[in-house]
Design a protein. Sequence first.
Lengths: 309, 215
Amino acid sequence: MTSTFAIIAQLLLVPALSPLFIGIIRKIKARMQNRHGASIFQPYRDLNKLFHKDEIISSDATFIFRIAPYMVFAVTLVVAISIPIITTFIPHFGTSDLLAVMYMLAFGTFFLALGGIDVGGPFGGFGASREMTISALAEGGLIFSLFAVSCMAGTTDLLSIPHALLAYGSTATLATVLAFFGFCVALLAENMRFPFDNPSTHLELTMVHEAMIIEYSGKRLALMEWASANKLFIFIALGANMFFPYGIAASADLSAVIISLGILLAKALLFCIAIAVIESTTAKLRLFRLPDLLFLSFIASSLAIIFTI
Amino acid sequence: MTLSLTYFLISLFFFTTISMHAVRKNAILVVLYAVQSLAVVLLLMYGAWLDQSIILSIVALFALLVKTTLIPRFFGMLISKNLITFSSSTYLKLPITALIVAGLAVLPSTHVFAPLLAIAPQHAHEIAFSLGAFFISCFMLVNRRDGMSQMIGLLSLENSIVAFAFFAGLEQSAMLQIGIIFDVLVWVFIATLLASLAYKQFGTLDTDTMRHLTE
């Protein structure tokens, strides 16, 4: 297995598995609410259904509305081959730098917001406004949390960080815990999960992500939903491999990659359980309370950097 | 391995001290205090094991009984008896609180505290964490309006002093340590009793509100 195959594997793995994790989170939530819940493969069926539906596009929509889903989806695929998911043995294209990945994700969010406001609907407008507010506040905590592990590893190249961290030793416990806390808050904020947003609501008072994509239908809506699932998987993979870099394949050896995939799935399952438990046990916070939590994430990550240095 | 264990315990201790500022529920605050105390007790046990001292082991076991069992039990009874589920708000808002906590956490690493860190250079990081926890606990005392949070802040302060003394090599005789732990137990007993009576009288433990109340 060469590095080219490693890239192809990661490129296919993210979109192939991301709906499964959404299905797992929904299933766990349903079980915690004493419901049977839909199958964990339901998101695949939903995507299939949407891809076979006709689209209705507003006459006020410009080309931005039409290209936004492709841009948002494409960004997640580029990020998928820029970060260590199952192996670090991937050729460097210059996109695996910490800031490059963060700004690619921000680029996707930017197009998501543009798509939301393009047709001039009130829902898209306030959804985009809320999304950009939360994203801007979450950005600091996210970058600083990953920067803390970068400081430990001595590099900002995400593909090099896992193995450098394993060599760093155990004295980074507190810094790692603080950075991980900051990252988890940012994960929930960036992916519009509880307590920042309710991903399953269409109530105008509370929705954020759903408000932005409310004008989309058919294939473009499917791409938006799929991109959202990809983004969650990317964040889970980042959390799993940056803070718990155990088991990730250092070579393109097929057996090492298969073991790495198994370990990643186990770690991702734990993340899914944690997200489902948080979503089942906490209430959505008011918009004006969100900056407090995001600022806490930023401070925790800043402390992690200070303790690392 | 030796360094890792003590570093892990003081990290756990420090993390629980920071977390106390973020929680609002009294029950979680008590659990955090119990975990913090457990970290201190494990440090004492580790010290006793290193010295191969039976009397120090007894001190550590006594601390385990008092700090991780009896004191949380007293607070648990106070919470359940008076239904004080949530603590009152803080004087400062969470972002400002977090900023000050971050500043206090970093403060011991500045050159001002270098002489204290030099007491035991091999444990300089651990001493810095202990001092940071000391300052953060002091801040909890002044920032919280709720009487119970203030009590836990004071006990956290005591734990910080114990951790500092452990790493700085300033431990006192075993009998004196047992006496201090016994004092703490008696103090908690009286404080919870007074808090219970105050709650019955005023219907709140919010010190800010109680200031304006009269008999």
